[in-house]
Design a protein around this ligand. Structure first.
Ligand SMILES: [Zn+2]
Length: 202
């Protein structure tokens, strides 16, 4: 490390702060960047500058966007009576890509995790409650991740929303389509049995 010039060390240090990037990966990326033609390296720098300049957080749904309200909140063709609550912006992208959901979203930016001292007030739950109090939202779909932290978060949200009389739902949980029972974990099977529904012909 000591043999690198100072500016290279700085680049490695900055890259190493990124999630999932250890010291070795940071060095590899820095070496890749240093070998890029000048124009390509500048394109990367400009992309980082532009994303910080142009991307803001939507004052309604807290998601990232280039406008405020974001393109989803300002889309009048969507169902403004439904709000799907997710942990991260990537979840919005995933759900929207399916094309099966036409409502709005609310991004928490995290989940409640008592062990790491992340409390309900540290994520965007208050903003969701205010949104439900102030608007004509009829259904809140809590699509936090189906794990311990996601479930704790969902319960915290339910506690806050129940007194408001809004319908609160969760996506169905259980066996993934196309899977085989023998390869599915016990937790998933338990979820599927718990969430069983009346069989219908179509
Ligand atoms: Zn929005």
């Amino acid at each position: 490390m000591k043999s690198y010039p100072r500016s290279m060390l700085k680049l490695i240090e900055e890259l190493g702060k990124m999630p999932g990037i250890g010291q070795k990966s940071a060095e590899r990326l820095a070496n890749y960047i240093i070998q890029l033609p000048h124009d390509e390296a500048m394109q990367l720098a400009v992309a980082i500058r532009d994303v910080k300049k142009n991307i803001n957080y939507c004052s309604i749904c807290c998601n990232m966007g280039e406008t405020d309200p974001c393109h989803i909140c300002s889309d009048q063709s969507r169902d403004h009576k439904k709000v799907c609550v997710v942990e991260q912006p990537v979840d919005v992208f995933k759900i929207d890509k399916t094309g099966f959901y036409d409502g709005l979203y609310h991004v928490l930016f995290g989940h409640v995790n008592p062990l790491e001292n992340v409390n309900p007030e540290d994520i965007n739950i208050d903003k969701l409650v205010k949104r439900v109090e102030g608007g004509d939202i009829q259904e809140v779909i809590i699509a936090t991740n189906p794990n311990l932290e996601g479930d704790i978060t969902a319960l915290c949200i339910l506690e806050r929303l129940e007194p408001l009389g809004v319908k609160v739902t969760q996506p169905a949980r259980g066996m993934p389509s196309g899977s085989y029972l023998e390869y599915v974990s016990s937790a998933v099977i338990a979820d599927a049995i718990n969430g069983r529904k009346l069989m219908q012909k179509n």
